[in-house]
Design a protein around this ligand. Structure first.
Ligand code: S3P
Length: 180
C-alpha cells in the first residue's frame, strides 16, 4: 500500500510571557526545517516601534487589534511555519479560532515562579511593570489558564526541562495526534 505523506501544518506556540516561545520557536524551526515568525516582532517591525512604545502611546486595545488583524492575515497564508505569539494573544476567542485555523497549537506551560525568575528586571513587558511583579504574574497566569487550555491541542509542562527536551515532547506530541 502506498503511504501518502501527511500535509505539514503550521505549529503555533502559545504560553505566558517568559515561557520560552521565542527560543523554542527558533530551535523547532531548525529541527523541522520550517520558517519561523513571531507576532510581537512582526507588529514591532510594521509599527516601527517597540511593544512598550505601542502600549504607552496607543494603549493595549490598539495592540490587541493589531494582533487580531495580523492573525487574520496569517490565516490566509498556506505555507506551513512555526509561529510564536504574544502571551495575551489567546485571550480573545476570535484569536483562538484563528490560531486553530492556522495550525496545531502547542501550549508551553510554566509556573509563576519560573516566569518570575526569568523575567525579574525585564523592562520590555509593559504588563509586568510595577511594584509587585510576582503577584501580577500569578494573577495574570491564573486568569489566563482557561484560555490557554481552550486554544491548545498539545500541552507541554516545561518547568525543569531543557529546550531540547521540550522539542522532543512537541515532536512526539505531533506524531501522536490523530487529527489536526
Ligand atoms: C503580552 C506578552 C508579550 C507582548 C505584550 C503583551 C501579554 O509577548 O505581546 O507585552 O499580554 O502577555 P511575550 O509573551 O512574547 O512576552
Amino acid at each position: 500500500m502506498r503511504h501518502r505523506r501527511r500535509k505539514r501544518r503550521s505549529i503555533i506556540l502559545i504560553g505566558f510571557m517568559g515561557s520560552g516561545k521565542t527560543t523554542i520557536g527558533l530551535r523547532l524551526s531548525y529541527r523541522l526545517r520550517l520558517g519561523v515568525e513571531d507576532t510581537d516582532k512582526l507588529i514591532e517591525q510594521r509599527e516601527g516601534r517597540s511593544i512598550s512604545d505601542i502600549f504607552a502611546t496607543e494603549g493595549e486595545e490598539y495592540f490587541r487589534r493589531a494582533e487580531t488583524s495580523l492573525l487574520k492575515e496569517l490565516s490566509r497564508n498556506s505555507v506551513p511555519l512555526i509561529l510564536s505569539v504574544g502571551g495575551g494573544t489567546p485571550l480573545r476567542k476570535e484569536n483562538r479560532e484563528l490560531l486553530k485555523k492556522i495550525g496545531t497549537v502547542v501550549y508551553l506551560r510554566v509556573t509563576s515562579r519560573t516566569v518570575y525568575e526569568r523575567l525579574k528586571g525585564d523592562t520590555t513587558r509593559p504588563l509586568l511593570q510595577g511594584d509587585d511583579p510576582y503577584s501580577r504574574i500569578r494573577e495574570l497566569l491564573d486568569s489566563r489558564e482557561e484560555a490557554y487550555l481552550d486554544a491548545a491541542g498539545i500541552i507541554i509542562d516545561t518547568d525543569g526541562l531543557e529546550p531540547e527536551e521540550v522539542l522532543d515532547r512537541i515532536v512526539s506530541g505531533l506524531k501522536d495526534r490523530k487529527y489536526p
